[in-house]
Design a protein. Structure first.
Length: 196
Protein backbone atom coordinates (compact mmCIF):
# COMPACT_ATOMS: atom_id res chain seq x y z
CA UNK A 1 0.00 0.00 0.00
CA UNK A 2 1.06 3.58 -0.53
CA UNK A 3 -0.25 7.08 0.00
CA UNK A 4 -3.59 7.33 1.84
CA UNK A 5 -3.84 3.56 2.34
CA UNK A 6 -0.54 3.39 4.20
CA UNK A 7 -1.47 6.47 6.25
CA UNK A 8 -4.77 4.84 7.23
CA UNK A 9 -3.01 1.64 8.31
CA UNK A 10 -0.49 3.66 10.31
CA UNK A 11 -3.36 5.51 12.02
CA UNK A 12 -4.86 2.22 13.22
CA UNK A 13 -1.57 0.47 13.98
CA UNK A 14 -1.52 -0.98 17.48
CA UNK A 15 1.68 -1.24 19.48
CA UNK A 16 2.42 -2.71 22.89
CA UNK A 17 2.21 0.80 24.34
CA UNK A 18 -1.47 0.83 23.39
CA UNK A 19 -2.25 -2.30 25.44
CA UNK A 20 -3.38 -0.47 28.63
CA UNK A 21 -5.76 1.68 26.58
CA UNK A 22 -7.13 -1.38 24.77
CA UNK A 23 -7.78 -3.06 28.13
CA UNK A 24 -9.62 0.06 29.34
CA UNK A 25 -11.64 0.04 26.11
CA UNK A 26 -12.48 -3.63 26.75
CA UNK A 27 -13.79 -2.63 30.18
CA UNK A 28 -16.05 -0.10 28.51
CA UNK A 29 -17.23 -2.75 26.05
CA UNK A 30 -18.13 -5.08 28.94
CA UNK A 31 -20.65 -2.62 30.40
CA UNK A 32 -23.62 -3.55 28.13
CA UNK A 33 -23.17 -7.34 28.62
CA UNK A 34 -22.96 -6.86 32.41
CA UNK A 35 -26.15 -4.79 32.44
CA UNK A 36 -27.99 -7.24 30.17
CA UNK A 37 -26.91 -10.18 32.33
CA UNK A 38 -28.18 -8.40 35.45
CA UNK A 39 -31.48 -7.49 33.83
CA UNK A 40 -31.93 -11.06 32.65
CA UNK A 41 -31.22 -12.48 36.11
CA UNK A 42 -28.10 -14.30 34.89
CA UNK A 43 -26.11 -13.46 38.01
CA UNK A 44 -23.40 -16.08 37.45
CA UNK A 45 -22.68 -14.63 34.02
CA UNK A 46 -22.79 -11.09 35.41
CA UNK A 47 -20.34 -12.17 38.13
CA UNK A 48 -17.87 -13.56 35.57
CA UNK A 49 -18.08 -10.50 33.33
CA UNK A 50 -17.79 -8.07 36.22
CA UNK A 51 -14.84 -10.00 37.68
CA UNK A 52 -13.13 -9.76 34.28
CA UNK A 53 -13.77 -6.01 34.20
CA UNK A 54 -12.47 -5.63 37.76
CA UNK A 55 -9.31 -7.58 36.98
CA UNK A 56 -8.73 -5.50 33.86
CA UNK A 57 -8.79 -2.36 36.02
CA UNK A 58 -5.72 -3.57 37.88
CA UNK A 59 -3.94 -4.93 34.82
CA UNK A 60 -4.09 -1.80 32.66
CA UNK A 61 -2.79 0.43 35.46
CA UNK A 62 -0.01 -2.02 36.34
CA UNK A 63 1.11 -2.28 32.70
CA UNK A 64 1.07 1.50 32.27
CA UNK A 65 3.21 2.07 35.36
CA UNK A 66 5.49 -0.95 35.11
CA UNK A 67 6.27 -0.60 31.41
CA UNK A 68 6.14 3.19 31.22
CA UNK A 69 3.18 3.06 28.83
CA UNK A 70 1.27 5.99 30.34
CA UNK A 71 -0.54 8.30 27.96
CA UNK A 72 -2.93 11.23 28.14
CA UNK A 73 -5.61 9.03 26.55
CA UNK A 74 -5.05 6.38 29.21
CA UNK A 75 -5.23 8.95 32.01
CA UNK A 76 -8.71 9.84 30.71
CA UNK A 77 -9.93 6.42 29.52
CA UNK A 78 -9.08 4.36 32.63
CA UNK A 79 -11.06 6.42 35.19
CA UNK A 80 -13.87 6.91 32.66
CA UNK A 81 -14.22 3.14 32.26
CA UNK A 82 -14.20 2.71 36.06
CA UNK A 83 -16.83 5.36 36.64
CA UNK A 84 -19.16 4.18 33.89
CA UNK A 85 -18.91 0.56 35.04
CA UNK A 86 -19.73 1.56 38.63
CA UNK A 87 -22.57 3.83 37.53
CA UNK A 88 -24.19 1.09 35.45
CA UNK A 89 -23.59 -1.74 37.93
CA UNK A 90 -24.85 0.13 41.00
CA UNK A 91 -27.64 1.83 39.06
CA UNK A 92 -28.92 -1.45 37.57
CA UNK A 93 -28.71 -3.33 40.87
CA UNK A 94 -30.60 -0.52 42.62
CA UNK A 95 -33.22 -0.40 39.85
CA UNK A 96 -33.74 -4.15 40.27
CA UNK A 97 -34.21 -3.65 44.02
CA UNK A 98 -31.09 -5.68 44.84
CA UNK A 99 -29.34 -2.91 46.75
CA UNK A 100 -30.61 0.25 48.46
CA UNK A 101 -31.16 3.16 46.05
CA UNK A 102 -29.36 5.53 48.45
CA UNK A 103 -26.17 3.50 48.02
CA UNK A 104 -26.30 3.90 44.24
CA UNK A 105 -27.00 7.64 44.69
CA UNK A 106 -23.98 7.90 47.01
CA UNK A 107 -21.65 6.13 44.56
CA UNK A 108 -22.87 8.05 41.51
CA UNK A 109 -23.13 11.34 43.42
CA UNK A 110 -19.47 11.17 44.44
CA UNK A 111 -18.41 10.80 40.81
CA UNK A 112 -20.70 13.67 39.75
CA UNK A 113 -19.22 15.81 42.53
CA UNK A 114 -15.68 15.07 41.32
CA UNK A 115 -16.60 15.70 37.68
CA UNK A 116 -18.30 18.98 38.59
CA UNK A 117 -15.31 20.01 40.69
CA UNK A 118 -12.94 19.21 37.83
CA UNK A 119 -14.98 21.40 35.46
CA UNK A 120 -15.04 24.23 37.99
CA UNK A 121 -11.29 23.94 38.57
CA UNK A 122 -10.60 24.01 34.83
CA UNK A 123 -12.79 27.07 34.45
CA UNK A 124 -11.13 29.06 37.24
CA UNK A 125 -7.56 27.77 37.24
CA UNK A 126 -6.76 26.08 33.93
CA UNK A 127 -5.94 22.57 32.79
CA UNK A 128 -6.03 19.65 35.22
CA UNK A 129 -3.39 16.96 35.29
CA UNK A 130 -5.27 13.78 36.34
CA UNK A 131 -3.82 12.50 39.62
CA UNK A 132 -6.01 9.89 41.32
CA UNK A 133 -5.67 9.84 45.09
CA UNK A 134 -4.67 6.61 46.83
CA UNK A 135 -7.93 6.79 48.78
CA UNK A 136 -9.83 6.98 45.49
CA UNK A 137 -8.09 3.84 44.23
CA UNK A 138 -9.04 2.08 47.47
CA UNK A 139 -12.62 3.28 47.02
CA UNK A 140 -12.78 1.84 43.50
CA UNK A 141 -11.41 -1.49 44.78
CA UNK A 142 -13.99 -1.57 47.60
CA UNK A 143 -16.85 -0.71 45.24
CA UNK A 144 -15.81 -3.48 42.84
CA UNK A 145 -15.42 -5.92 45.73
CA UNK A 146 -18.90 -5.17 47.05
CA UNK A 147 -20.54 -5.81 43.68
CA UNK A 148 -18.63 -9.09 43.42
CA UNK A 149 -19.83 -10.05 46.93
CA UNK A 150 -23.41 -9.23 46.06
CA UNK A 151 -23.25 -11.19 42.80
CA UNK A 152 -21.71 -14.19 44.60
CA UNK A 153 -24.64 -14.13 47.00
CA UNK A 154 -27.21 -13.71 44.20
CA UNK A 155 -25.68 -16.41 42.01
CA UNK A 156 -24.59 -19.01 44.56
CA UNK A 157 -26.04 -17.99 47.92
CA UNK A 158 -22.60 -17.56 49.49
CA UNK A 159 -20.83 -14.71 51.35
CA UNK A 160 -24.13 -13.17 52.47
CA UNK A 161 -22.85 -12.26 55.98
CA UNK A 162 -20.17 -10.06 54.38
CA UNK A 163 -22.70 -7.84 52.59
CA UNK A 164 -23.46 -5.63 55.62
CA UNK A 165 -19.80 -4.86 56.41
CA UNK A 166 -19.11 -4.49 52.69
CA UNK A 167 -21.85 -1.91 52.31
CA UNK A 168 -20.53 0.01 55.31
CA UNK A 169 -17.04 -0.02 53.81
CA UNK A 170 -18.40 1.29 50.48
CA UNK A 171 -20.10 4.15 52.34
CA UNK A 172 -16.99 5.05 54.33
CA UNK A 173 -14.56 4.98 51.40
CA UNK A 174 -16.96 6.76 49.06
CA UNK A 175 -17.61 9.60 51.50
CA UNK A 176 -13.99 9.93 52.60
CA UNK A 177 -12.56 9.84 49.06
CA UNK A 178 -15.13 12.40 47.88
CA UNK A 179 -14.25 14.66 50.81
CA UNK A 180 -10.52 14.20 50.10
CA UNK A 181 -10.98 15.32 46.50
CA UNK A 182 -12.92 18.39 47.60
CA UNK A 183 -10.21 19.30 50.13
CA UNK A 184 -7.20 18.66 47.83
CA UNK A 185 -8.57 20.35 44.74
CA UNK A 186 -10.23 23.13 46.73
CA UNK A 187 -6.83 23.98 48.24
CA UNK A 188 -5.18 23.90 44.80
CA UNK A 189 -7.91 26.15 43.41
CA UNK A 190 -7.43 28.70 46.23
CA UNK A 191 -3.68 28.69 45.65
CA UNK A 192 -4.20 29.12 41.91
CA UNK A 193 -6.56 32.05 42.42
CA UNK A 194 -4.14 33.74 44.85
CA UNK A 195 -1.27 33.46 42.37
CA UNK A 196 -3.18 35.18 39.58
Amino acid sequence: LCGPGRAALHLFAVTRRDLPNLISALRLALIPPVVLALLGGHFGLALGLFALAGASDGVDGWLARRMGWQSRLGAFLDPLADKLMMLHAYGTLAWLGLLPPWLAVLVVGRDLLIAGGALAYRRCCGRIEPAPLLLSKLNTLVQIGFVLLLLCWLAFGVLGPLLGPGMLLVCLTTLSSGAAYVWVWGRKARQGVRHE
